[in-house]
Ligand binder design. Structure first.
Ligand SMILES: C[S@@+](CC[C@H](N)C(=O)[O-])C[C@H]1O[C@@H](n2cnc3c(N)ncnc32)[C@H](O)[C@@H]1O
Length: 207
């Protein structure tokens, strides 16, 4: 018997998208990212967006002058992401890839990473590995801007809850935390459950 796909498999996510189970979909860039960029523009550079879905945030970052690579392992979703970018005349590259491959393919490559709802999508037992990937794909001193969601202990979300203490512990050895706040611009239903964090990759950690 073929085992059921898990969150670690593209087939799991492909099936969710196919049956309209993508309740995380905003159909637009995340307003908390929009507000952050308006208030505090980030140094323009090469930016990775892991688990980019349909690429709304990737297009927003590209409109702010960044060269953006969006990664996801669901091919159909990336097809839509490319169509939306073409529709909007925005230059973004999307690559079909498991985010856990990124450190091997793009070591110390990016100036910045935008993380939104990929952390909560991966198997919680792989979170340390994921944070390690984020550190390894960044150049020393590169920035990580993350909008963690859904914060708290309530089960659910897409699909695993996030706790602040755990994130702080996971980031501590690889990143220097610069700023964190609860945004006032979260989409409906997410108010008080998003947590924005800006950090730099420490320069003295292994690549
Ligand atoms: C909850 S959705 C969020 C999508 C997008 N960030 C958004 O806000 O609309 C999580 C996304 O991460 C992708 N994903 C999950 N695990 C992945 C992995 N290991 N490698 C690549 N993509 C992954 C899923 O296919 C899905 O598109």
């Amino acid at each position: 018997m073929t085992p059921e796909p898990t969150v670690n498999d593209a087939a799991f996510w492909q099936e969710l998208y196919a049956r309209g189970g993508d309740r995380w979909e905003l159909g637009r860039p995340n307003p908390s990212l929009e507000a952050h960029l308006a208030r505090h523009p980030l140094p323009v550079g090469l930016v990775a967006v892991p688990g980019c879905g349909r690429g709304h945030d990737a297009r927003l970052l590209a409109r702010h002058g960044h060269r953006v690579l969006g990664f996801d392992f669901v091919a159909e979703t990336l097809r839509t992401a490319r169509e939306l970018a073409a529709r909007d005349g925005v230059d973004v590259r999307f690559e079909e890839r498991d985010v856990f491959e990124l450190a091997a393919v793009y070591p110390t490559f990016f100036d910045g990473v935008w993380e939104y709802t990929c952390f909560c999508a991966i198997d919680p037992r792989r979170r340390a590995e994921y944070v390690d990937v984020l550190a390894r794909i960044l150049k020393p001193g590169g920035w990580l801007l993350a909008g963690f969601f859904p914060m708290g202990d309530q089960p659910g979300g897409p699909p695993f809850a996030v706790r602040e203490a755990e994130v702080r512990t996971l980031l501590a050895s690889r990143f220097e935390l610069l700023e964190d706040y609860v945004p006032s611009t979260s989409p409906q239903g997410r108010q008080g459950r998003e947590w924005m964090l800006l950090a730099h990759r420490q320069s003295d950690t292994p690549d």
